[in-house]
Every structure is written in C-alpha cells, then in structure tokens.
Design a protein around this ligand. Structure first.
Ligand code: F6P
Length: 499
C-alpha cells in the first residue's frame, strides 16, 4: 500500500461487533448521525474511534478538504476531461456564476412546463421519456418513488435499444396525446437516437399532424438537437459540467418536474441542497457522506470485500439499487489514480441489492451463512407508502431491523449447518418519509459519498472511459461489417445475424 495512512489502518486489530458494543457505551451517540429527515446508523459496522482517527488521517493525506473545496468552487475536478463537476450548482450550491446559470435554465424548464400544462402543445396525457444511463435512471427513480396517485401524466421511461421496451410503452399510449422527451447529454447515444427515430415514426404512422411539435430535447448539446430536428424553443439545455449520472437535477429531471409538479421538483432540489451544505461545511468527524465513505473504504480496501449490498425496505425505493449501481460503479470502478498511475488496491466494490422483504427469501442465505463477507445497507422509512392496515408497515420495519440484528448477533448451534457466525456488518438509513425533500437529500448523500470515496482512493470519479470500447466495436460492426474479430465473435455474428 503506497498510502501510509491506509497501511496504518490495515494494521489495526479488529474486534467483534458484539465486543465493540459491550466496550463502547457511547457507541450510538457517536455513530448515529442525522441530517434533516435522514438518520444514519453505522453502529453495527466495525468502525471504532481508532479507525475513525485513522481514516481522518487518510482524508488529510488525500487532501479531502482541498478537493471538496475545488468541487464546490467549480474547478476542473474531472481532470482527465478538463471539466468541473457542477451538479450541486443545479441545487443552488457552488460557484455563483454556475448557480445563476442553473437558475436561468430551470426557469426555462418551468416556463415550458407551464406552456405544456396550458396545452400549448395540444392535450398531452402521456410522457414518453427516451434516454439511457444517467439520462434515464434518475428520472425513473424519482417518478417511481414519488409518483403514486398524484401523477399528473402517465410516464414511460424507455432506455433499452431492445425494441420490446419501446413497443410496450407505445402500445400503452395514444400517439396524439403523447409528448416525447429525448434525453441525452451528448445527443449522440446510439440507443437513444434509434429509439427516438422509432418513436417519431410511430407518431407519423398514426397520422399525428405535427410530430416534431411534440418533441422536447433535454441535452447539453443543443446544436445537435436542432440538427436532429427539434425546435429551439423546445430544447432544454444543461451545462456540460453536469455529469450524466449526476444530471437528474438539471433538465434531465423534466419528466419528474412535469408529472409531479414544479413544487415537488423544487423540494427535491432543496433537499439535495441541504445535504450539499452539510457535506461542504461539516467537520470531517461528523460529516455524513465522509463517514459513510470510511465504512466503504474499510470493507472494500482494508478487508477486501468485493461487493456491497443495499436493500430498500420500501417499494418506493425499488429502483434505488440500480440507480446506485451506475452512480457508484461508473464513478469509482477505476484502475488509475488522478495522475494516471495504477491504483494499488481495489477501488469500487460491486454494488448490488434489492427490495426487502423479497430479498430475504432469495439472497439473504448467502449474507447470513455464505463465505463472502458483504457489508449490507438497509434503507427504510418511518412513514408508510400505502394506506393499508398499519400491520404491513410494521412487519416491513420489524423485518428490516431483525435482519441487521441477526447479521450482527449470529447464533450458535451444535449442528454447523444451522449455526450463524454473526459479526456481519450493516448500516441502517432511516428516513422520516419518502418525500421529495428527503429523497433529494438521500440521493445527494450518495453522490457525495461516492466523491468522498474517490478522494480517499485518489481517483477521478467523473470520467467513464471504460464504457467506450464496447460502443466503438458495435459501431464498427454496424459500419464495416464483422471483420477481424476473434472466432467466437465471428461465429456469434454469423449464427445470429447471418453476416
Ligand atoms: O455509456 C455511458 C454513458 O455515457 C453514461 O455515462 C451516460 O449517462 C449515458 O451513457 C447516456 O449518455 P447521454 O446522456 O449522452 O445519451
């Protein structure tokens, strides 16, 4: 390990969770921190005062304070692409010029939403949002989490180039009453452009009078959207400095703002801004995203855990694991440091997870008795998302808390097949409710935690060159046919595509 602080951390002895609780009477007061409607409990992890002190040294060694300041100042923290990462400015926190620009662009989005509500584009009932990766996962999460009965429009978010997804959405919608939002930061992503072209054809074939009049573009490349045929008045731009997987706060959040209403969208931004200010201004020892990153670093880099699992004990957050997979793995699944030198240990673990209680009956066997140590994160809400008998929500929460206790406590049994080793760590995030403000804060927490992890590892979380090679090869097969590939790839193409 080239980091002396990390090497010192790795040399510290590890106590059992049960023992840590027995010997530290103050554990809850130190390892439960709250921000607004969110309560974070790390007491069932192996974090101790000694480890926190060690990680604070690692943070100082990696210039956490300097890199955090650079992030909020709008400096080019994305060094490989020479760009800032200004998602916080979208929430009103950061460089003053960038905040002013974000406000102006939000006003433009709001004005278009007002016009759509006033039926300036005809009577709209359905929103067909076409985008992929960061141009889809964020809006999908928000609409799914907050939609419920209060949705003012039907929303379908189509990402996959597999036509089955688009066909299903089109079958459910009336083309005359559909608004198509093409969401693409670059406005070149092949899946999105093909889906958008097919959606236009669907409108044309249905005899919609002015199909292009019902297209909205959400993009950082407005000139490309115009070339494609979108009228300038219906292009909602966002700055290049907002990364794709950090873009739901920008015009990419348009379907959520339209379907849930502007007040809800604004509240989402305010919740995120509250977490921004906490991350920006709070001392490292009480800084929630930073402490979460200490836990991540301990398991991934000190103990070598290759995955981390999260389970939303709330159907409203069912899409959170897939949203976080992109955020965490696309950001921190890297092999080189900021200066281009190779990293000297693991970087991001594999993020995976699901919904409780379903997951208990599918994957929890491995968590309790498998040989791979997996740090687990539980996310739950005190308020239910339904009006059924409160027994449902009580059972949901009881199960959530029981799993964390069981992982930690374990159970002896004379029959080894029935014994639980215990000492398995978990974090619990308890929300007062899943509302726009709390959800905004929760997502911003994950963004800052991802950044804090990157700082502690000395890597750049804001580029994603790893996704390019596969795209290039697919493009070359489309353009030049299958030539010069290995026998396996050639045979697959021949059998499936007849080329
Ligand atoms: O391929 C990865 C990626 O570049 C993501 O980072 C991004 O969110 C997604 O593709 C979509 O890109 P765009 O918004 O430019 O269509």
């Amino acid at each position: 390990m080239s980091s002396p602080a990390l090497a010192a951390l790795a040399a510290l002895p590890q106590a059992e969770l049960k023992t840590i609780f027995e010997t530290d009477a103050d554990r809850l007061s130190k390892l439960v921190l709250s921000q607004g409607a969110l309560r974070f409990d790390w007491s069932k992890t192996h974090l101790t005062d000694e480890l926190i002190d060690g990680f604070l040294k690692l943070a100082a060694e990696q210039d956490f304070a300097g890199r955090r300041e650079a992030l909020f100042a709008g400096e080019a923290v994305n060094n490989t692409e020479g760009r800032a990462a200004e998602h916080t400015a979208q929430r009103g926190v950061g460089n003053a010029d960038s905040v002013a620009l974000a406000k102006a662009l939000h006003n433009r989005t709001r004005a278009l939403i007002d016009a759509i509500e006033a039926e300036a584009l005809g009577p709209i009932r359905h929103i067909l949002h076409i985008g992929i990766g960061g141009s889809a996962l964020g809006p999908d999460l928000i609409v799914d989490a907050l939609g419920g009965d209060g949705m003012r429009y039907d929303v379908a978010i189509v990402s996959n180039v597999d036509g089955t997804a688009l066909e299903k959405a089109m079958d459910a919608f009336d083309p005359e009453a559909t608004l198509i939002a093409i969401a693409s930061k670059t406005f070149t992503t092949s899946e999105t452009m093909l889906n958008a072209a097919s959606a236009i054809n669907w409108m044309v074939e249905a005899g919609v009078e002015d199909p292009y009049g019902k297209i909205i573009a959400l993009t950082a490349a407005p000139e490309k959207a115009m070339e494609w045929g979108v009228d300038e008045t219906r292009i909602l731009p966002f700055p290049e400095s907002v990364g794709g997987r950090y873009s739901l706060w920008s015009s990419i959040g348009f379907p959520a703002a339209l379907a849930l209403g502007w007040d809800a969208f604004e509240s989402l931004l305010e919740g995120a801004a509250a977490m921004d200010r906490h991350f920006q201004l709070t001392d490292p020892r009480e800084n929630i995203p930073l402490i979460a990153a200490f836990v991540d670093q301990y398991y991934a880099r000190v103990l070598g855990c290759e995955t981390r699992a999260l389970f939303a004990y709330d159907e409203r957050l069912a899409l959170l694991p897939s949203y976080l997979q992109q955020l965490e793995m696309e950001s921190n699944g890297k092999s080189v440091k900021l200066d281009g030198s190779p990293v000297d240990g693991p970087t991001a673990p594999i993020t995976w997870g699901g919904v409780g209680t379903d997951a208990q009956h599918a994957v929890f066997q491995l968590l309790h008795q498998g040989t791979i140590l997996t740090p687990v994160e539980f996310i739950a809400s005190i308020e239910p998302g339904n009006a059924l008998d409160p027994a449902h929500h009580r059972a949901l929460l009881v199960n959530c808390f029981a799993q964390g206790a069981a992982l930690m406590r374990g159970k002896d049994n004379a029959d080894p097949a029935r014994a639980y080793a215990g000492n398995r760590p978990s974090t619990t995030i308890l929300m007062d409710d899943v509302n726009p403000h709390a959800l905004g804060a929760l997502i911003a927490f994950y963004e800052h935690r991802t950044f804090a992890n990157a700082v502690l590892m000395g890597i750049n979380p804001y580029d994603q060159f790893g996704v390019e090679l596969g795209k290039e090869i697919a493009k070359s097969i489309e353009a030049n046919g299958p030539t010069g590939f290995d026998p396996s790839t050639m045979a697959l193409i021949e059998i499936a595509l007849g080329e």
